[in-house]
Design a protein around this ligand. Sequence first.
Ligand code: GLV
Ligand code: MN
Ligand code: MN
Length: 338
Amino acid sequence: MGSHLDTQPTGGKFDGVLGVLGALEALRTLVEAGYETFAPIEVVNWTNEEGARFSPAMTSSGVFAGAFDRAWAVSRRDRSGETFGAALEAIGYRGPERCGAHPLSAFFELHIEQGPILEAEAKDIGIVTGVQGMRWYEASVVGQDAHTGATPMHLRKNALVGAARLVDKVDAIARAHPPLAVGTVGSLEVKPNSPNVVPGEVHFTVDFRHPETAVLDSMERMLFAAVAEVCGPLRLEATATKIWDQPPVAFDAGCIAAVREAAAQSGFSAREIFSGAGHDAAYVARVAPTAMIFVPCRDGISHNEAEFSSKEQCAAGAQVLLQAVLNYDRALAERHAR
Ligand code: GLV
Ligand code: MN
Ligand code: MN
């Protein structure tokens, strides 16, 4: 059981944290009750789920699942040039245990929904059946630094004008694949970022998401075409590189059933839901039967300090987490006894 404790620059205190503290609460409850499970239970805090400082997201669960090479992951750099490995060492988190040394019989992650669906339908619990696919790109547009007063418009190579048109294209590409596609430029770095210099260099990120690989392929083709189409006439050099490709994930039927049964046993209203956000569970699903539990959050707001779920909503999630783990554990024990 577990989730992550890292956050976004303006993140709230529930995204990730609920899944770790909820798991801890479930574990404490088992210990207090003196209940011994068939399979040993652990709580995990996956490092760097957000990818806000070190790209890509879900780095540690990705290494655990074999999606990323360990050496590649620890060599990832933040904007100041510090590596992920050095940052882990600095906080004493680069432990000695060999990644993936012990297999998991199952993994359950509790999380806030981060969207508006459960609240709108007044459901207590989301039975998460999968996670949509997501791709990240890093784009660079290069023109020429020049004096804003002395350089006529037709002789400029303004990288920010190219980037601005591409930001609009990313939005348009997602809107061209309704109703489920989403596309975002969330980070933009302008150089030299001075009022009287025509910007010579811009770097930005693109985040595309959709439940179907074919749609993501179409969005990707449109992005690469847009880069050439926009930057050629502006005499700008531009590149867009895919740095992360997380395919859509379907969770394990047995784990989903354990969550569904847990919600019913606990007397909570529930519905099935597909996750729009990325989660460590999406990678863990490659190496262990996995499912997730969502609870509603106010106005569906997340990646925002206003993020909020009530104590009762959080408690309901932790209760279903505990019950789902017990249901799955009992089924494991029965299978083993046969
Ligand atoms: C993680 O928060 C993500 O969905 O990007
Ligand atoms: Mn999260
Ligand atoms: Mn997040």
